[in-house]
Structure formats: C-alpha cells, structure tokens
Design a protein around this ligand. Structure first.
Ligand SMILES: [Zn+2]
Length: 192
C-alpha cells in the first residue's frame, strides 16, 4: 500500500503520539490510496510525513498526512485545495468574516473548506477560481459599495412610509380557502 521514498528529516522532534518522547524521526513516504467507488475508483498518491518514535517504536501520521491526502483528492477532482483557498483569502488580507461578507459564501462553509473537512461544490469552486483575479474582487467590492449607497437607509424606513419596495405577506382568509377548494381535483371527481 505504501512505498518508501528517501527524504528523511531526522531530529524534528515531533512528540510521539504514544509515549510523548521527542526522540522521533519524520520521513516522507509516497502513499497510494483508492478514491471513489466501483468503476469510478482511481488510485491517487500523496506524499505524507510518517513519524517514527525511537523510544517506543511507535509509528504514526498526523493531520499533516490527512491534509496531503485531501490535496491529492482536490487535484484529482480539479478543485481548489484547502491550502489554495487559504492562500487566496490571505492574498487579499481578508478575515473569514470579511471574505464571507464580500462573496456571500457562508462563514462556516468557508472554514470547513479551508480545514479540508468539506469539499466545495463545482459552482463554489468556480467562484473561488474567479476570485483569484483581483479585478473580480474589485468588481464585487464596488458593487457592494454601490448597493450600500443606493440602499443605505435603515430597514424600518422601507415600506411603511412609501419609500423603497414593500413586501406583502399573503394571509389567506377562510373565504380564500373556500375558493381554493372549488378548484381542487377532488371536487371535480365528486361532482363528475
Ligand atoms: Zn514513543
């Protein structure tokens, strides 16, 4: 399942997950793993760090390995990876909240994509891709500014005083229900 590859970074001292010793050695292996089901299944490969403890002999791979596998899946699916999404947001110096406000993407979803606990769908991925171009971010910003300028009144001033769009909520009366029943298919059956 996993084939060893050189690159041994000795003495990094990552604490052992079993005994807590810092006498550990990290090496990178190229791991093959299946992805997908049935005829869609493919074999992907990812280079993951594996930590071996010289104290107790235990071997483990942590979140870094999980992230590397996730990257491989994103590459395979043609989606932006968590690292690329984090880098995109960092490039514009935006907090998750600011990025969410600008794009309309939910803050919680964004956090999951960045952590790699959820894959964004194709439409969201394409939106993120377009935001790689700074001019598209500028367009969203100026659109938002324009919207604020023309619609900046507090919500309570909308509607009641004739300013702005008015939303009417349809509240059916007993008479409405009676009228609606006259057109129901069951009524036709009964009288045919
Ligand atoms: Zn150990």
């Amino acid at each position: 399942m996993s084939e060893d590859r050189e690159k041994t970074a000795a003495g990094r001292g990552e604490a052992c997950a079993y005994c807590g010793s810092s006498r550990t050695v990290t090496r990178y292996i190229t791991e093959q793993f299946p992805y997908g089901v049935g005829s869609q299944q493919v074999t992907l490969s990812a280079t993951v760090p594996v930590v071996r403890c010289e104290e107790c002999g235990g071997e483990f791979s942590g979140p870094e390995a999980e992230a590397a596998r996730h990257e491989a899946v994103c590459r395979h699916l043609g989606l932006m990876s968590p690292r690329q999404i984090r880098a995109l947001r960092a490039r514009y110096g935006m907090s998750r909240r600011e990025f969410a406000e600008l794009t309309g993407i939910g803050q919680a979803s964004l956090a999951r994509w960045e952590r790699g606990s959820l894959l964004q769908n194709a439409a969201m991925d394409r939106l993120l891709y377009l935001l790689e171009y700074a001019e598209n971010v500028d367009r969203l910003r100026s659109r938002r500014t324009a919207a604020q300028d023309s619609c900046g009144d507090p919500p309570e001033s909308h509607g009641s005083n004739g300013h702005g769009p008015r939303l009417r909520v349809f509240q059916p009366t007993p008479e409405d229900w009676r009228r609606a029943r006259r057109f129901s298919p069951s009524w036709h059956r009964r009288t045919a």
